[in-house]
Design a protein around this ligand. Structure first.
Ligand code: GLU
Length: 491
């Protein structure tokens, strides 16, 4: 049987380097075994999934030189490859489980579930569904199907399942501890668990290679395979990407969006090489290698469980080698044009600079920060007069949260976000824009702030705000958590 693997991202935000890392391993495994890689879009979270995120994701993966054999953009024999287009399949499979007595219709209202949870909290019990509808006779449930309902999996009340993970060996799960998982939501959409299992089966997936954060879900998946009478694929859970301090890689420490790296001027092949190097260094001296060279030495079973530390300095060094060794000057010129020296980007930038130039020669110096990977900011410019550094740090942090809540950024949404920050702190707007200006531009004068942030984009803006906060001494985890609580309550 030929090897078939898949990557199954959810298009709910900026494409994440973690997605590229998982994709790279799946690609290598498929190529090593002359198999196929499938891209499946898991867009069943209607509130958060957006078609533009899917486009974005596909462009980001292609920029990294990653290609797949089947997917929503290239087609294939097992389509559609977008879960939102496969709803009848999940509904049929849910019904099949209900009829076989392995799942049930649940009519509990959100109000009932809320008060159940409140009661469980009050009594300090573990939270979970109390299986109220589990034993409703099917005939009775069928008569009530005009009422809002979900389908839940009947978890066995005792016993255990055992996951055989390629890297980790046997992992046991006690069934009795697991909730009766919702499989189909009241809007007729499946949850991740049902959709992933049905699709992995129908798409002929032989090996599931994904991040270790999905280990616990596997217990439910294994039960589903058993209930359907299907053979589960071989499971491999890969170690996480880590920050240099060993914590899980997060956008609070390292940029995690693939777009950040593209926008900051890295080359796709260099980032692809780096992801391979940090997680699976091939034998041999040279740390720079093509995808083919990496794939040729790839052996899934040899992956170390230690986790891979994302080291920006190393990536920078490698990127420099790609620029110098792989690009002719003509090719470099092409890269620069593709990157930011193109009509689309310059066309948005020029109007911001129009009123601020005496000669054409003023253009570049005054907006160089748009093209810079990072800017140096002077601590004095980051703190308004008569304010403390700690205050400025907190203002920058809330500005970052406000911008994160204002996507997709445009001038007016940025302004609205910054006004919220000014109200939150009861600081005049100028005292908020001053530190932001310095953090984003690293200079005292420049084009208008709101337009600049919108054009620079959230990823680069975030990196600059975090760097400015660090220049001022940073915010402790505890303080950040307290502040976030206050910020959320105020919104
Ligand atoms: N949709 C899940 C994700 O966003 C896929 C997890 C899996 O590979 O099963 O990563």
């Amino acid at each position: 049987m030929s090897v078939r693997v898949r990557i199954a991202p959810s298009p709910t935000g900026s494409p994440h380097v973690g997605t590229a890392y998982i994709a790279l391993f799946n690609l290598a495994f498929a190529r090593r075994h002359a198999g196929q890689l499938i891209l499946r879009i898991e867009d069943t979270d209607q509130a958060r999934s957006r078609p533009e995120h899917e486009d974005h994701l596909i462009r980001a993966l292609r920029w990294l030189e990653l290609n797949w054999d089947e997917g929503p953009d290239v087609g294939g024999p097992c389509g559609p490859y977008r879960q939102s287009e496969r709803l009848p399949l999940y509904q049929q499979h849910a019904r099949q489980l209900v009829e076989a007595g392995h799942a049930y219709y649940c009519f509990c209202t959100p109000q009932r579930l809320d008060s159940l949870r409140a009661e469980q909290r009050r009594l300090k019990l573990s939270l979970g569904y109390d299986r109220h509808c589990r034993d409703l006779p099917l005939a009775e449930a069928d008569q009530r199907r005009g009422e809002p309902h979900v389908v839940r999996l009947k978890m066995p009340l005792e016993g255990k399942s055992v996951l055989q993970d390629t890297l980790r060996g046997a992992i046991e799960f006690e069934y009795g501890l697991l909730d009766d998982q919702v499989l189909l939501k009241s809007d007729g959409f499946p949850t991740y668990h049902l959709a992933a299992v049905v699709d992995d089966h129908l798409m002929g997936i032989t090996h599931v290679i994904r991040g270790e954060e999905w280990i616990n879900s596997s217990s439910k998946h294994l039960l589903l395979y058993e209930r359907f009478g299907w053979t589960p694929p071989v499971h491999t859970h890969l170690p996480l990407l880590l920050n240099p301090d060993g914590s899980k890689m997060s956008k609070r420490r390292n940029p995690t969006s693939i777009d950040y790296y593209r926008r900051a001027g890295y080359l796709g092949p260099a980032l692809r090489n780096y992801l391979g190097l940090m997680s699976y260094p091939p034998p041999g001296e040279d740390e720079k290698f093509t995808l083919e060279q990496w794939v040729a030495s790839f052996d899934l079973a040899r992956i170390s469980l230690g986790g891979s530390v994302f080291d920006l300095d190393k990536l920078l060094w490698l990127n420099g080698r790609y620029l110098r060794e792989d690009l002719s000057s003509a090719a470099l010129l092409g890269e620069l044009k593709n990157w930011l020296f193109n009509d689309e980007h310059l066309g948005q930038l020029v109007p911001l600079m129009h009123e601020r130039m005496e000669t054409l020669g003023d253009f570049l110096p005054k907006c160089a920060f748009f093209f810079a990977r990072r800017v140096e900011c002077n601590p004095e410019d980051l703190v308004p007069k008569k304010r403390e550094a700690q205050e400025a740090i907190q203002v920058l942090q809330t500005a970052l949260w406000a911008l994160e809540g204002a996507l997709p950024l445009n001038r007016d949404r940025v302004e609205e976000a910054i006004r919220k920050v000014s109200e939150f702190w009861a600081w005049p707007i100028r005292e908020v824009t001053g530190p932001l200006f310095a953090a984003i531009m690293g200079q005292k004068v420049g084009p208008p702030l709101f337009e600049s942030i919108a054009l620079l984009g959230l990823d680069l803006s975030r990196a600059r705000l975090l760097e400015a906060m660090n220049v001022l001494g940073g915010l402790s985890k505890k303080k950040a958590a307290e502040l976030e609580e206050r910020w959320k309550n105020k919104l």
